[in-house]
Design a protein around this ligand. Structure first.
Ligand code: CP3
Length: 348
């Protein structure tokens, strides 16, 4: 049964419809800065939390109830795709993800599972359906996936990296093989995101967290074409938000894509981002998460300045990357409250 959304600010902003105030949510809002998340983390390991719909739903709802954000993002991870393609993924406390067996050769690429991957991920669609039911129309539900370039980074490198030099060595040495891997990930991601929408996601975000490690021309070769394929394939299903972190150089191109929103980080000013995108697309961002460590009155001043700079319309207030575990909950809440309390200055 369809439930009408009581708060559809996010979807209106993505459709470029008029809103009273910008919607606000935070990347990685369901996570380790929340004491109730820590409690569940101490009881169940990471993939048990991800693969058990009741747990994933409970975690997804925590920031809705406790921080008051205008959207829920399903609790999962971008690495569920490599895992469902047959690569083992370990998630060790305090160490981040690691993949013991990495992609090196054509045989490794050929050995990846490509059929029925979205069926193997049915625990995600079950979690979405359950979350949708529990939300009961309070706020929209966001589905997500990792972008092909960012997933290739982990699949080749086997763990996080500052330079991603192994991933780069792979794509620079074996470009044809790299493209065949990127295309496999893209095809699976499209089916996976369509399944998420069918299960109840109102919009989907594609996280290209490490896009900024590539030069502009390498981004155009190894990342952007796949982001555009995903945006094109999803556009008739749900609005798409692309988040290619650190790629201000691509903003003009991306603003002409079939995506509905683009996430930006704090290394570009709102004014310049608007200029590059000719105000053609909804922008999301771009508060430096580390600024949430500042005193609350200061956070509120910066949030007002950020909204003044972006403008209320065609805008989704968010961070420029994920919230970190060291942020006090009341500071996260102050960020959200500041958006909700926003009043334009007289000259605005
Ligand atoms: O609230 C939400 O945003 C939904 C949940 C979510 C998680 N991961 C849960 C998680 C989302 C959207 C992600 C995406 C994700 N995962 C990205 C893209 C976003 C970004 O921050 O750039 C990336 C690069 C990953 C890969 C990943 N998963 C890393 C690097 C880590 C460890 C370091 C870290 O940032 O936490 C994870 C583990 C992970 N995924 C945790 C959570 C809450 C922490 C582990 C734990 O709680 O036990």
């Amino acid at each position: 049964m369809m439930t009408t959304l009581k708060n559809d600010l996010l979807l209106r902003a993505l459709r470029k419809e008029k809103v009273e105030r910008p919607p606000v949510w935070m990347m990685r809002q369901a996570g380790r800065y929340l004491p109730d998340y820590i409690k569940l983390r101490n009881q169940y390991d990471f993939f048990t939390r991800v693969q058990t719909p009741e747990l994933a739903t409970a975690i997804t709802l925590q920031p809705i109830d406790q921080v008051g954000v205008d959207a829920a993002i399903i609790f999962s991870d971008i690495l569920v795709i490599p895992q469902a393609m047959g690569l083992e993924v370990l998630m060790e406390e305090g160490k981040g993800p690691s993949l013991p067996k990495t992609i090196k050769t054509k045989a490794d690429v050929n050995a990846l599972i490509t059929e029925g991957v979205e069926e193997n991920l049915s625990y995600v669609t079950s979690a979405l359906a359950l979350t949708k039911k529990e939300l009961n129309g309070r706020v929209p539900l966001i589905g997500f996936a990792g972008a092909p370039w960012t997933l290739l980074c982990y699949m080749v490198e086997g763990k996080g990296s500052k330079t991603w030099d192994k991933a780069k060595q792979f794509v620079y040495t074996e470009p044809a093989l790299a493209h065949s891997l990127l295309q496999k990930i893209t095809d699976i991601t499209i089916k996976y995101l369509v399944a998420q929408v069918k299960a109840g996601a109102d919009t989907v975000q594609v996280f290209d967290s490490w896009a900024g490690s590539l030069s502009p021309s390498d981004f155009q070769t190894f990342a952007q074409p796949y982001l555009l394929q995903i945006a094109d394939a999803l556009k008739d299903h749900a609005p798409v938000i692309l988040f290619p972190k650190g790629t201000w150089h691509a903003l003009e191109d991306l603003s002409k894509s079939s995506a509905s929103g683009i996430g930006i980080d704090w290394t570009i000013s709102p004014e310049y981002a608007r200029k590059l995108t000719s105000n053609n697309i909804t922008l999301q961002g771009n508060f430096d998460p580390a600024k949430l460590l500042a005193p609350i009155p200061q956070i509120k001043i910066w949030v007002k300045e950020m909204i003044d700079a972006f403008g209320v319309q065609n805008y989704i207030a968010n961070l420029g990357h994920g919230i970190t575990p060291n942020i006090p909950v009341d500071h996260a809440k102050a960020f959200v409250d500041a958006v909700k309390e926003y009043q334009p200055s007289n000259d605005n």
